[in-house]
Write a protein that binds this ligand. Structure first.
Ligand code: HEC
Length: 116
């Protein structure tokens, strides 16, 4: 038993940390956590911070605006922020905050918001 016990501890530690998905937040959660203060919890660009920003955050529910962006554009602006795509620097970069997979899920989530 003395030998088996540490084995179980090791297995449970490995299972906890190798799951990956256990820690990857859903796009919906990430949006509420990281984007909603500017873009609004429903994505309309009316978040609590939006009034104080010099540039209005993109309305993610507007298909006409969102259709102008390719998936690559959206991924880029989320990863590198507004500055990297010649947009307002008030759009912050999230490349070191959320993972590449989470950003891809976020792109899909934005398509749901604009229904486009
Ligand atoms: C501090 C406020 C702020 C936060 C937080 C923020 N944004 Fe933005 N975002 C902006 C602003 C302002 C713009 C408009 C930039 C412009 O048009 O120059 C913008 C624009 C965008 C655009 C459109 C870019 C384009 O080229 O038209 C996308 C897509 C976007 N944000 C996604 C997100 C996502 C996803 C998150 C969360 C992970 C997020 N933003 C968090 C402020 C913010």
């Amino acid at each position: 038993m003395k030998r088996i016990f540490p084995f179980f501890i090791a297995v449970s530690i490995v299972m906890t940390f190798s799951g990956g998905s256990a820690f990857a937040a859903s796009a919906d959660e990430n949006y509420k956590w990281y984007c909603a203060q500017c873009h609004g919890s429903g994505g309309k660009g009316d978040g609590i911070n939006s009034k104080d920003l010099p540039v209005t955050p993109r309305n993610h529910t507007n298909p006409a605006d969102m259709k102008k962006l390719t998936d690559g554009d959206i991924e880029n602006v989320i990863k590198q922020g507004g500055a990297a795509t010649s947009k307002s620097t008030t759009m912050p970069p999230f490349g070191s905050t959320i993972t590449g997979d989470e950003i891809k899920e976020m792109v899909k989530y934005l398509h749901k918001l604009c229904n486009c």
